[in-house]
Design a protein around this ligand. Sequence first.
Ligand code: PHE
Length: 349
Amino acid sequence: MDLFDKLKELRQKGLEEIKKASDEKKLNDVRVELVGKKGELTKILHSMREVAPEDRRKVGQKVNELRDLFNNQLDESKKKLVAVLIAKKMEEERVDVTLPGRKQAVGSKHPIYVILDDLEKYFIGMGYKVVQGPEIETDHYCFEMMNLPKDHPARDMQATFYIDGEDLLRTQTSGDQARVLEKHDFSKGPLKMVGPGKVYRRDDDDATHSHQFMQMEGLVVDKNVTMSDLKGTLELIAKHVFGQDRETRLRPSYFPFTEPSVEMDVSCFNCDGKGCPICKYTGWIEVLGAGMVHPNVLENAGIDSKTYGGFAFGLGLDRFAILKYGIDDIRDFYTNDVRFLRQFRKEED
Ligand code: PHE
């Protein structure tokens, strides 16, 4: 068989094989076999010796033509195979846009955080900074720095979860006062801070007692801070949270880190002071403790108590939420029943 016949045969065979190749791998095998370095066309070129010299140019031309043809067909075929593959994939991965979507369950802000976030904003608006102390606090900051040395009887006011001799779950956020007092640079201006957070006391849980609750500490220290500044601030808080119509009163009290110390009552929002079960028929509800910062607390933090003075307050956020929303069991705050939590969705900002 002469080379022209061989070429004719190869053309037919090659085109058929290209047509038959049903996937990219097979098509590639065919490509190697036909136009590859050791493929059929190369073989024919190698056997040029057998061709009469006058025919060599023609054979060369034919080989080139055939290579072009094969390459074209191989490319075409590959395009088709890829198109089929994509079409198949699209079909398989088709999204039914008419299916109903998955609903995202939207949570709601915890009622205590509704009040906390709102109060934070309110204080930030008055130039306070917000600090956050550690929940595992040292005896040093929780008590000693706050004028409660180891044998002080007032320690009994707060039953404590000690972790070891020195570390404890903080019973109050007042330790935050000592922490910021130590760091504050008075050359940069007065100290005004609020410190919200969880506190813990050993207690038997019932409707009105919880071994964990939330407080917000407040501290203002500067030159010439007076008790009337404290009074004005507390009144602002009470009216902001419980309504502009509320009256407030201060009663003398005792805290080791303030002198004098007070407790603030607000007029009962339920009976407007006439007397009802919520205010236990007194017309008043106790909402927070406060006082003028005890000089020892300032001196403990290295501050001259003759030059600087201030006021501090500590409010129970659970108590605020209980009073504001009429919640009858403090444990509801910590048991994560979504039916309870959902009721506060409307309160979110
Ligand atoms: N730490 C006090 C308590 O937990 C509250 C308080 C804070 C009182 C700051 C006065 C000043 O009862």
